[in-house]
Design a protein around this ligand. Structure first.
Ligand code: IFM
Length: 730
């Protein structure tokens, strides 16, 4: 399936105005760290960041954030004494390419210096997938005059997060061609070792020197180049933190010492093989739509680049490892949007991501306790401990004199059920009983306990209610009986009972241990059933329409079409209160429910709810999480063209920056949603007792769709084609 087309993302022009968007797009990573695509040389306004999974540190307002690690890209080139910078001189040719097959980022430039010397330069870099502690760079430089080339490489511990500093200096070392730094984060006390080795091959009269400047050791090599002769610069950097070893600075030095003199080729081979194995598990082929095909692969690449393979104490944040957006915090984005991709193609990664929720269960218990509830309430935004890290107040986006109260951390409670939903889906898909026995079941029971303590009995209508919540649609806060929240709570409570019953049969000792540990008795279990069965639920019998929350139908009716064309979200147009009072949604809510729990909808009600809410959703500037879900439901009601429109809105969110915010980092949830839209939307994949089965409905112009999944240990590949008449064949 690994065909030759649609693997390369290309940038044809150097454009500083769009540099932050390009940095996001050209992010590379290996599941240990991610590095934005800043250039080797520096430019004003750049965001050169490397985030290492799990390296969080305290910061005002957002509590904690992923820390920008020391920059490993830095290479300053002095070409015949002139500083190489694309802002100076003349760019004769320019091309930057990310090869999605293997994460190789290449930049080829022909440049005439201000003094008129012509240079040909090729920069390459990759973050090894085979050994995620190693980062590799190579530069080939050819001058068309006899000149001196000077290469400087600084390892700087002065990096910051948008001006906020997290690193304290502990030590450093400097040798002929290598340097190392030992740092520690200020509050969380995570130690980091970083070392770099610089070698220059070619030219004559090679001299290596440098400066052992405190917190910025700099390696310097000069060589005399002859006109037309190529010189090759190789730089290998190693990172370790105290999260993996007690001796990070020793580990990085050893990592470099054991490498051969010229290490690129060997490291490249094992790296490229590792990527090939990844793609063999999950590649998607789309024939007839190169644009969509590249966008799908780009999304999968970014998910794979952020997928923790060696660490089960971290998860993927909303912007993966590619930008400052949401500061590395983890949302339901991971469980509901990204996880299905991993569950069905790379279950080992899915297990790690779910284990993160197990390891942060204490934080969820704390949150429940502090809010006066029982059990475990997962944080809306989570970081290393699982405690709530949603900011409470943030500066107003346009009026900096004002603060906005963010309520999601207080009352967007559906996430606790979403985590369980993802565990259940993983368990169904993999049959990983071990995970359910030792981790999943405890989470299920603790979350059920939370729901039961959060539910309120309403004697008047004879049901249990969840009042004062935020559902998936965040334009509406402080609402009562949000349909998504209530349905997921019901599902969770009743499924927790099933999980416990299963555990009692499968591993009675573990069941007894959990009952003892959690002090669970029959009364409590009966109460879960009673609440689950009596949760408030309202659906119009004739139309099948579900009210998103109590009173939603009475909100101010706005015809979205009357506000088009617009370049801002409905919330910015109407203000927070204005949007809250109106009937426009930021993202699917009842439609989201239709996707997550399809058994609650028959054909008519699926159509009725989709049509109703689709017309009232801010698809263009609401949440990026929405379009992929709308695409799936549009497929299910037989509207492939409309589905395709939603799908492309999701697929191009990053590559073409359709929302104008891709500079903050990739839309990782959307990336996961795109895979789901392909597989469960256009591919129509469903699971019944006999196994997975596709019910395809390809967009008219797609000739062929091929994808593969792993289900209960077996691989399945689907090769779906559009028949010439326009229908499709499985
Ligand atoms: O989790 C999402 C939410 O659904 C919409 N606002 C952004 C969050 C992070 O992506």
């Amino acid at each position: 399936m690994l065909n030759e087309r649609n693997w390369i993302v290309t940038e044809k022009h150097f454009d500083l105005k769009r540099q932050n968007h390009a940095e996001t797009i050209f992010t590379i990573g290996n599941g240990y760290l991610g590095t934005r695509g800043a250039h080797e040389e520096r430019y004003p306004g750049e965001e050169r960041t490397t985030f290492i999974h799990g390296v969080f540190d305290d910061v005002p307002i957002v509590f904690t954030e992923l820390v920008n690690a020391p920059d490993w890209l830095d290479l300053t080139l002095l070409l015949g004494g002139e500083l190489f910078s694309l802002s100076e001189g003349e760019i004769l040719t320019y091309q930057r390419q990310l090869d999605l097959r293997n994460g190789l980022l290449t930049r080829s430039v022909e440049w005439r210096s201000p003094r008129g010397v012509r240079w040909q330069l090729t920069f390459e870099r990759f973050a090894s997938l085979a050994n995620p502690h190693l980062l590799c760079q190579r530069v080939r430089a050819t001058a068309f005059e006899n000149v001196t080339l000077e290469v400087r490489s600084t390892l700087s511990g002065e990096t910051d997060n948008l001006n906020y500093k997290h690193w304290d200096w502990l030590g450093q070392g400097f040798q002929r061609n290598s340097a190392w730094l030992h740092l520690r984060t200020r509050s969380s006390g995570i130690e980091l070792g970083v070392a770099a080795r610089l070698s220059v091959n070619g030219g004559g009269n090679l001299q290596q020197t440098g400066w052992d400047t405190r917190n910025a050791p700099t390696l310097v090599t000069t060589t005399e180049m002859k006109s037309g002769e190529a010189v090759e610069i190789e730089k290998i950097t190693a990172f370790y933190t105290s999260r993996e070893t007690n001796d990070p600075q020793g580990a990085v030095r050893r990592a470099l010492e054991t490498l051969p003199k010229r290490a690129w080729e060997g490291l490249w081979e094992s790296h490229a093989r590792a990527w090939q194995r990844e793609w063999e598990a999950c590649d998607v082929l789309i024939e007839g739509d190169d644009h969509a095909h590249l966008a799908v692969r780009f999304s999968l690449f970014q998910l794979l680049a952020a997928a923790p393979r060696q660490d089960e104490r971290v998860s993927i944040g909303a912007k993966a490892l590619s930008g400052y957006g949401y500061r590395g915090h983890v949302f339901w984005d991971t469980e509901i949007f990204m996880l299905p991709f991993f569950t069905y193609t790379r279950p080992e990664v899915a297990r790690n991501l779910l284990s993160y929720r197990y390891h942060t269960l204490e934080g969820a218990r704390k949150k429940a306790r502090e809010n006066g509830y029982k059990g475990a309430q997962f944080a809306w935004e989570s970081a290393s401990t699982g405690e709530e890290v949603t900011p409470t107040w943030v500066p107003h986006p346009t009026d900096r004199t004002k603060l906005i109260r963010i309520w999601t951390g207080d009352i967007q409670i559906h996430i606790s059920a979403d985590v369980c939903y993802a565990i259940w889906q993983y368990w169904q898909a993999t049959g990983d009983d071990d995970f359910m026995i030792h981790r999943g079941a405890e989470i299920f029971l603790e979350v059920a306990r939370f729901w039961a303590s959060r539910a309120e009995w309403n004697a008047e209508n004879g049901s249990y209610e969840f009042t004062d919540v935020i559902g998936p649609d965040e334009y509406h806060d402080h609402v009562d009986n949000n349909a998504y929240t209530n349905a997921l709570a019901r599902w969770q409570l009743l499924t927790a009972l099933k999980v416990l019953a299963w555990l009692e049969g499968r591993n009675p000792d573990k069941a007894a241990e959990l009952r003892r540990l959690l002090e669970l008795d029959e009364n409590e279990l009966n109460r879960w059933r009673e609440i689950g069965e009596k949760i408030y639920w309202k659906q119009d019998a004739a139309s099948g329409l579900i009210e998103q929350f109590e009173g939603y139908f009475q909100r101010r009716q706005i015809d979205l079409r009357s506000l088009e064309p617009r370049m801002q979200s409905i919330q910015s147009l109407l203000g927070i209160e204005g949007a809250n009072d109106a009937n426009i949604l930021k993202q699917p809510d009842v439609v989201m429910l239709a996707y997550v729990l399809p058994e609650l909808f028959d054909e008519n009600s699926l159509r009725a709810n989709y049509e109703y809410y689709n017309a009232r959703t801010d698809h263009t500037f609401g949440s990026s999480l929405g379009p992929a879900i709308h695409a799936i439901i549009a497929c299910r009601i037989g509207k492939p063209d409309e589905a395709y429109e939603h799908f492309m809105r999701a697929a191009l969110a990053d590559l073409e920056d359709v929302r104008g915010n891709a500079h903050d980092g990739i839309h990782a949830a959307s990336a996961g949603g795109i895979w789901q839209a392909v597989v469960f939307g256009f591919g129509g994949l469903r699971f019944d007792p006999e196994g997975p089965k596709p019910f395809p409905g390809l967009p008219r112009h797609w000739k062929r769709l091929v994808f593969r999944i792993k289900y209960r240990g077996q691989f399945y590949e689907y090769d779906l084609r559009n028949s010439p008449a326009g229908g499709d064949e499985g």
